[in-house]
Structure formats: C-alpha cells, structure tokens
Design a protein around this ligand. Structure first.
Ligand SMILES: Nc1nc2c(c(=O)[nH]1)N[C@H]1C(S)=C(S)[C@@H](COP(=O)(O)OP(=O)(O)OC[C@H]3O[C@@H](n4cnc5c(=O)[nH]c(N)nc54)[C@H](O)[C@@H]3O)O[C@H]1N2
Ligand SMILES: Nc1nc2c(c(=O)[nH]1)N[C@H]1C(S)=C(S)[C@@H](COP(=O)(O)OP(=O)(O)OC[C@H]3O[C@@H](n4cnc5c(=O)[nH]c(N)nc54)[C@H](O)[C@@H]3O)O[C@H]1N2
Ligand code: SF4
Ligand SMILES: [Mo]
Length: 646
C-alpha cells in the first residue's frame, strides 16, 4: 500500500453551459478529486456552487464513464483501439471529401463545454473542408438576432450595475434554477430598497423574491410590453429625446397605440391592474430589464425581445447606470479568432432543423456527421428524426464521456475528458469575467480532449502543421487582443479578470452600432401567441431543472416516469400522482402528474433534457421549427393533451 499523500487544492473553472462560469477549487488526495467548492475569491462565484455541480464528482467517477473508443461491428458498439478508430475516420473523411467535397461532412457542436479551445477544434473541420456546420442557435439565437438588429451590438450591462436600479425586471427568468449566482446580487439590491418584478407564465420560486409578479399567457409578452409602452406614452413617462437616437419612433408609438390598454392586457393574459402596476414600476427608474432565455424560444421569439428592447429605448433606460436591457453577455468578445478567418463555412443547416436537415441535404448529401459536446438526440426538437439522421449516415462519430442517446446512434464513439481534466479559457454569458481552466487531475488512461483528438486526426489527413501547437500557445494567441490590457494569460493565472473590452454601461454615448447609428425600433408586427388547440389544450413547457445540466443528470434524479406539473383543473379526469401519457402531433411520453394550483391552466411543465432511451425525452414530442429570426428552436409552443394509460 502506498502512503496517503497530503491533500492539495487546485484551481480551475466550470465549463458547463451556464451563465455563471464559476471558479472552482478542487481538493485532491491520492490523485483523486475528493471535494469541489466554489472559489470564494471569484467576484461572482463567491464560494458556492449550484446543486448539479456540487454533485459533479459522481459524474467524474461514474463507473459508466467511457474510457475506450467504441466502434460498431455486427450492429453493436464494441471496444476498439484509438489507432483503428482514427484510421477509419481519417480514411472515410479523405474519401468523402474526394468524392463529394468537404460539405458532405457535418461538424456539429453544442454547449457541452463553454471552453474557447473548442473553436480551435471547430477550425480543424473548417480547414479540412470546410465542413457543413449549424446556423442559428437553439439556445439564444432569436434574442441575439433581435438585439443585433436593434442595437448592432450584443452585450449586457455589468452584472453588478443592477445595484444602481430602482426597479429590476426579471422578464421570463428563473435564477433559482438557471443562474444561481445572480441571486446574491438580487437579494442585495432588494435589501437596498430596489423593487424586483418578475414576468413569467410559470410560477416558480423566484416569484417569492419579487415585489410584483405577473403571470402572463405564454408568448403574451409582446402585448404586455406594447401595453406598457402605451401607458408610458399616455403618462408622459417616455424620454422626449428618444426620437433623436431611435429610428421608427413614430411607428413604434403607433404600434403601441393600436390597441387600448384593456385590449393589450387581455391579449397578454394579465389584469389591467397588473399591467398598470408593471408600467408604474418600470417608469420609476432607472430600470433594468434582465431578459431571460426562455421566452425567445417561441415562434415570435425575436419580435418579443425587439419589443422589450423598444420599451427600454423609449423610456430613456438605455445608456444609463441602473438601466439597460440585458440578455446575453459577450462571452467570446474578448478572444481573438482571426486564426479561423481563412476557412469560413459555406454550407449550413439550421440547428433546430438538424434531423430533417441532414436527411434532406443534397448536393452533396450529408454522408458523415461528427458530433461533439452535444447530445442532439435528447436536446434538439424531433428527437426521433435526429436519431434516424445520425444512425443512417455512412459514418457518425460522437465524442462524449457517456453513452448518450446520440452516442448510441454512432458508428464510432470517442471517449473524452470532463471539465476537471480540461485545459482551456472561458468567458461567461451571464457576466464579464474571463477565467482559465486547468486540469486538476489527469484523465483516465486513453481519454483525450477534443483538441488532442483533432490533433491526432490532423496528423492522418495532412493538417498536422496547423494543429501542432500546444494549448498554452493557443491560449496566448486567443488572448492577443486583451493581453496588453490586463487580461494576459499570466494575469488570468493570478485570478479571474473582467474583460477589458466590455463596457460597464452600454451605449453611454447613445451611439449604436447599427447602420444609422441609432436604435432600430420594431415598427410593425401582429402578436401571434401560441394557441393550444381544442384537441390539445396544453402547451408543453420543458424547462431547465436544478438536477441536470441539459441532458446531464445528477444520479438518481430521474428515476421513474418524468414528472409533469400542471394545474389540477387542466387534468380534471386525472389524479395527482397518476401516470398518464402526453401526446403531441408527433409523439408520446409517459409522465407522472403533479398538481400545482399556482400554475396556469394552459401549460404542462416537464424538465428538459430527458433521454429517449429511458423514455424521458420531451423533444420527441416537439416538431422542428424555426423562430421568426435568428434560427432559434421553437421549444415551448407545442400543443399536447393528456391521455389515460391503457
Ligand atoms: N440547473 C440548470 N441550469 C441551467 C441549465 C440547466 O439545464 N440546468 N441550462 C443552462 C442553459 S443551456 C441556458 S441557455 C441558461 C438559460 O436557461 P433557461 O432555462 O432558458 O433560463 P431562463 O432565462 O431562466 O429562462 C427560462 C424561463 O423562461 C420562462 N418562459 C418561458 N416562456 C416564456 C414566455 O413566453 N414569457 C415569459 N415571460 N417567460 C417565459 C420559463 O417559464 C422559465 O422560467 O441556463 C443554464 N442553466
Ligand atoms: N425541450 C427542450 N430542449 C432544449 C432546451 C429546452 O429548454 N427545452 N434547451 C436548449 C438549450 S438552451 C441548449 S443550450 C441545448 C443544450 O444541448 P446540448 O449542448 O446538446 O446539451 P447537453 O445535453 O448538456 O449535452 C452536452 C454533452 O456534451 C458532453 N460534454 C461535456 N463536456 C464535453 C467536452 O469537453 N467535450 C465533448 N466532446 N463533450 C462534452 C456531455 O457529456 C453531454 O453529453 O439544449 C436545448 N434543448
Ligand atoms: S453549472 Fe453554473 S452555477 Fe454551477 S458551478 Fe458551473 S458555472 Fe457555476
Ligand atoms: Mo442554452
């Protein structure tokens, strides 16, 4: 027996798809991580972790973790060597490129890791092909397109600027689940007397933190925001200078005036008193709006964010401390990606349509798919089509640490590192601090990072030169734009650094990066909220849950049928706790009902991220559709009904 070594702590970062990008402190004993804590010195992490990552060590040391490559033989995925797997992949890639061109290969990556080095791995496929890649973004595409159109720039006020607000509007946001490190700041604001407003069709714990809570109909936000705009105009509570820095000011005003306050409140599904309460609170500024990610995953997702942007613009809340309409923090903005400019993508498939898109692609068809840092079968709409698309290619490769729904459709599965073994850089989409991640333990033998995998492949397809640099060299290259401004790699090694390229208050000079230099107010639209049909009266609402990161679940959290929460009146023929079937136009799902009389009667709530192979996958019920702009997925507009178990 070897003698026990003393404990040691090492610092790294959480790279999960989460706005917080936390600093982590790992305690190591005998080469194993025995404890994971939040970095107390990180200004946002402040020493605590979310539930899912505080349970990450179970995932790290899960006996089901993949440690050898798998290759399909006689219909079964069986262990193989790296050499055999890579030889087959390289041979297929070269043959397909010669026969059909690089676009016959699809490279698909989603949010498994927020590491910036993943862009270097993407570059391998761009340099080899360029390969086909996704367009749009199922997570935030609609809101991003909206803000780019309105302001020409995508970033947010400093996270702590809400401490300067008199009113903070959480517009469709549940920080108790999706952004826990926002909570201490909200609580501090509240203790200083700041008013907190929550607007969310789903009643959740954040409502308890709010001074005012509105529960509009799903997708009712356009009407709500236009009603508030109308109230502001009527009460002279708008910025009389706004026409100087906003295009289409009169058209926006006409849009707001096109209905009465009563009609807007009715269309929004809130009482007139609530609409007026929101307007009064918002008018008592400076007021910040934190736009959640959920509401833009609807057919009119981009228009919704554009109307809310308009509200911030006409009320004079742009460019002032404590104001703003913050959606996405520019997590990549500090990094230098000029290395990839010589290989722009040519063919794209919209991410929400990935399954049908792969099947339909012609000239050339998609013959090979590479999936990394993603579980598209579980996470993209129309799961069964995605599975069929992956399973029917000449070669599908999935890089993951577990045998996910998507890995099960692959011909080759390559085992990869977890975040505790990664060497990378990160920005955050919920604040402006940059952070370095360092491997705190070595991976199991035979497990490679995404970058090491593409390096090994590059050597076999004559691209070794471009991918011979080590990670440290890449990190310095990626930080080239900020290294002389206090954010060099050496600076990051002393602790997390705020991006020097992000302004604490956006548009302080009221100059916008649009073609005219002015805000582009939305000037025309007809609200068209999702309407559950008589046959299928409930809207399937599949949201983030505390116990999972996307499709990565805390062990044991999802035993038994998927929980489905709804108002008892929406399930009159059913009992609390009963197992029933949810049915959409395209699929079915068995669920255990949970009654909650605080919910609206037109929605049914399920956690997102359930797997198809365990019968928990809500995305098997959701058709592949695009939002009005930005190529986001329409996740929450699917009408479903409850059916008795036979
Ligand atoms: N625990 C946990 N945290 C996560 C994740 C996870 O899987 N688990 N996922 C991460 C990911 S991928 C992302 S993108 C981020 C953000 O992840 P999201 O889960 O999208 O976070 P929110 O911004 O809270 O947006 C969800 C909220 O939007 C509300 N909403 C839905 N439709 C509407 C509507 O029509 N109007 C209004 N007003 N509100 C609506 C929902 O009811 C819900 O409360 O969080 C990350 N955080
Ligand atoms: N119904 C419904 N569906 C949704 C949503 C919803 O609200 N409702 N939300 C959507 C949103 S916001 C998002 S962002 C997407 C997320 O969709 P995905 O990004 O596909 O999310 P995950 O399921 O977390 O899958 C990530 C996978 O990456 C693996 N992984 C982790 N780190 C690494 C790494 O370093 N390298 C590699 N190769 N793999 C790694 C994990 O093991 C995991 O299997 O899902 C979307 N799907
Ligand atoms: S998942 Fe988010 S909140 Fe949890 S540790 Fe990672 S960055 Fe922090
Ligand atoms: Mo996301």
């Amino acid at each position: 027996m070897t003698a026990a070594q003393p404990q040691e702590t090492r610092q790294t970062a959480c790279n999960r798809d989460c706005p917080d990008a936390c600093g982590l402190i790992a305690t190591i004993e005998n080469g194993r991580v025995v404890r994971l804590q939040g970095d107390p010195d990180h200004p946002v992490t402040r020493g605590f972790l979310c539930h899912r990552t505080s349970r990450f060590l179970e995932r790290q040391y899960d006996p089901d973790r993949l440690t050898v490559p798998l290759m399909r033989r006689d219909g079964e995925l069986r262990p193989t060597s790296w050499d055999k797997a890579l030889r087959r992949i390289a041979g297929t890639m070269l043959r397909i490129r010669a026969e059909s061109g690089g676009e016959a290969i699809l490279h698909y990556r989603c949010g498994g890791s927020m590491g910036i080095m993943k862009h270097v791995s993407d570059y391998f496929f761009a340099a080899f092909g360029p390969a086909t890649v996704k367009s749009g973004d199922v997570c935030s595409g609609a809101g991003e397109a909206a803000q780019l159109q309105d302001f020409g720039h995508l970033d947010s006020h400093d996270l702590f600027d809400i401490l300067n607000s008199r009113t903070i509007v959480l517009w469709g946001k549940n920080p108790y689940v999706s952004q826990v490190h926002l909570l201490p700041i909200l609580k501090r604001a509240k203790s200083q007397g700041t008013r907190i407003v929550l607007i969310d069709p789903v009643r959740h714990r954040t409502a308890d933190l709010a001074d005012l809570y509105l529960q509009p109909r799903p997708g009712g936000d356009i009407s709500l925001a236009l009603g508030v705009a109308k109230w502001l105009f009527e009460h002279d509570a708008f910025d009389s200078n706004a026409p100087d820095y906003c295009d289409h000011f009169d058209a926006f005003r006409r849009l707001a005036d096109s209905r009465s306050l009563e009609a807007w409140s009715e269309a929004a599904g809130v009482s007139l008193v609530d609409l007026q309460g929101l307007a009064r609170a918002y008018a008592d500024g400076p007021s910040s709006i934190l736009v959640g990610w959920g509401m833009q995953r609807r057919k009119q997702g981009a228009a919704t964010v554009r109307v809310i942007d308009g509200l911030a613009a006409i009320s004079g809340n742009l460019g002032v401390a404590g104001g703003g309409v913050s959606f996405y923090f520019s997590r990549r903005g500090a990094f230098d990606f000029s290395f990839a400019e010589d290989a722009p993508a040519t063919r794209t498939i919209p991410e929400p349509l990935l399954g049908p898109g792969i099947l339909a692609a012609q000239d050339p068809p998609v013959r090979m798919v590479w999936v990394t840092a993603a579980n598209p079968v579980a996470m993209l709409p129309e799961s069964k089509t995605v599975a069929e698309a992956l399973a029917s290619r000449e070669l599908t490769v999935v890089v993951d640490s577990f045998l996910t729904d998507s890995a099960r459709c692959a011909d080759i599965v390559l085992p990869t590192t977890t975040m505790l073994e990664e060497d990378d850089l990160m920005g955050a989409y919920g604040h402006h601090w940059l952070i370095e991640s360092r491997p705190v333990v070595a991976p199991p033998q035979g497990v490679l990072t995404d970058y090491e995998i593409v390096q090994a492949l590059a050597r076999r397809v004559d691209l070794a030169d471009r991918f011979s640099d080590g990670v440290e060299t890449w990190k310095r290259r990626l930080l080239a734009r900020v290294e002389s401004r206090g954010a060099s790699l050496d600076d990051l090694r002393r602790g997390s650094v705020r991006s020097p390229l992000s302004q604490p208050i956006l548009f302080a000079d009221r100059n916008f990066s649009t073609p005219t230099g002015r805000v582009q107010l939305i000037d025309d639209l007809t609200p068209d909220p999702p309407t559950p049909a008589r046959l299928r009266p409930l809207l399937l609402t599949s949201l983030s849950s505390e116990s999972s990161q996307g499709s990565q679940w805390v062990a044991g959290a999802l035993d038994g049928p998927l929980p489905a929460t709804l108002h008892p009146a929406a399930a009159a023929d059913f009992a609390d706790g009963e197992i029933a079937t949810l049915e959409s136009e395209i699929g079915e799902l068995d669920v255990r009902l949970r009654f909650d009389d605080r919910q609206r009667k037109d929605i049914v709530l399920i956690p997102k991220g359930g797997w198809l192979q365990t019968g928990h996958c809500g995305n098997a019920l959701i058709p592949a559709q695009l939002t009005d702009d930005g190529g986001c997925a329409v996740y929450y507009d699917t009408p479903v009904r409850l059916v008795k178990q036979r």
